[in-house]
Design a protein around this ligand. Structure first.
Ligand SMILES: *Cc1c(COP(=O)(O)O)cnc(C)c1O
Length: 362
């Protein structure tokens, strides 16, 4: 087999090796089925078992209460930027807390669909932090409040839900979904593209409180209609069968091999600390982008003293099997995405390389 490298890509990200091996082993014929998961009907009893287990695993891991629906949709988190306001605005206005590039995109889509206002915008500070509660300018009648729990590009993460009173809270959790336990009851809707933490690209998971389904206007195009998707258990049309199968395997791995989200959170914090420690101890050689209080445990972002050194760092890193560490062009520098599937061993390898590079170049 070709050698696997440490893949620090921001998305699609690494998948657990055991999950890839299982998918490979069963690709030609699912046990007891005799057909590939790529060939089975989405109306078959086999796929029923797959989508039911994927949902049940998510319910177990996140302790999703019965009055929430779990949907498996297409179009990525980016389609949710439009679907959320199309379904939930109900002629009103929504508030957006913008702490990075994805939140900005979500806000811009909402403005195309209806009324949306900025409850806080971190752009002037280059998206390095989240707002203090007293900085939030919330509309008392907001149809919902949208935030991005983890800004993948800047590496800025909410340590906890923003305080929004009883306004319905909507979250783009694409890049920290399943990385830690969250109190689902605090949310009206959570969405996440699978390709960061939950599976391959092609499926987006939406967790929606049932009362929110009543807001969908009549005559909504079918594919964009949460209520219709919920009524049809995400099977209105052909869903992304393979991607949902992979979500089933990844969530099974999280539950059975890792041991649940509390344990995953512990490991993720340990991994992030290994890298932030190096940044903090490097006497300014590595400069973190995010304010230390709001540093992401999923995407670690930092700069080096010059762009030349950054280029050198990235090139040498690849010689050490450390790949995809280039920061997003809007932030520059480096970014290590250390999603659930990145083992401690990979993070330790990056840490050792960072320490060595610093000692040689500082
Ligand atoms: C990756 C990402 C998106 C975009 O996801 P797509 O599935 O490509 O549309 C949106 N929000 C966040 C926070 C992301 O990390």
């Amino acid at each position: 087999m070709t050698q696997r490298v440490w893949n620090f890509s921001a998305g699609p990200g690494m998948l657990p090796l055991s999950v890839l091996e299982e998918a490979q082993r069963d690709l030609l014929a699912l046990p007891g089925v005799g057909m590939s998961v790529l060939e089975i009907s989405h109306r078959s009893k086999w796929f029923d078992a797959i989508i039911e287990e994927a949902e049940q695993n998510l319910r177990d891991l996140l302790r999703i209460p019965p009055h929430y629906k779990v949907l498996f949709l297409q179009g990525g988190a980016s389609l949710q930027f439009a679907m959320v306001p199309m379904n939930l605005l109900g002629g009103g206005s929504a508030d957006y807390i913008v702490t990075g590039s994805w939140g900005e995109k979500a806000y811009k889509e909402a403005v195309k669909v209806g009324k949306a206002r900025l409850a806080w915008n971190g752009k002037a500070e280059n998206y390095t932090r989240i707002p203090r509660p007293d900085e939030l300018e919330l509309d008392p009648n907001a149809a919902y409040v949208h935030f991005t729990s983890n800004e993948t590009i800047q590496g800025v993460q909410f340590p906890a839900e923003p305080p929004v009173g009883d306004r319905p809270l909507v979250c783009d959790a694409s890049s920290d979904f399943l990385s830690r336990p969250i109190p689902i009851e605090r949310y009206a809707l959570i969405y996440a593209g699978a390709q960061k933490n939950a599976g391959p690209a092609g499926v987006t998971i939406v967790i929606i409180r049932e009362d929110m389904l009543e807001r969908t206007p009549e005559n909504m195009p079918a594919m964009l209609d949460y209520r219709l998707q919920a009524e049809n258990r995400s099977l209105y049309n052909t869903p992304p069968v393979f991607a949902i199968y992979m979500v089933m395997l990844v969530t099974r791995w999280l539950r059975d091999t890792i041991g649940g989200l509390e344990r995953m959170y512990q490991i993720n914090r340990e991994k992030a600390n290994l890298l932030y420690e190096v940044i903090d101890q490097s006497e300014g050689f590595y400069r973190g982008h995010a304010n230390p209080e709001y540093r992401s445990i999923m995407n670690v972002t930092w700069r080096l003293p010059s762009e030349e050194l950054e280029k050198e760092f990235l090139k040498e890193a690849e010689a050490h099997q450390l790949y995809e560490l280039k920061g997003h062009r809007s932030v520059g520098g480096c970014r290590a995405s250390i999603y659930n599937a990145m083992p401690l061993e990979g993070v330790r390898a990056l840490r050792e390389f960072m320490l060595d590079f610093w000692r040689r170049k500082a």
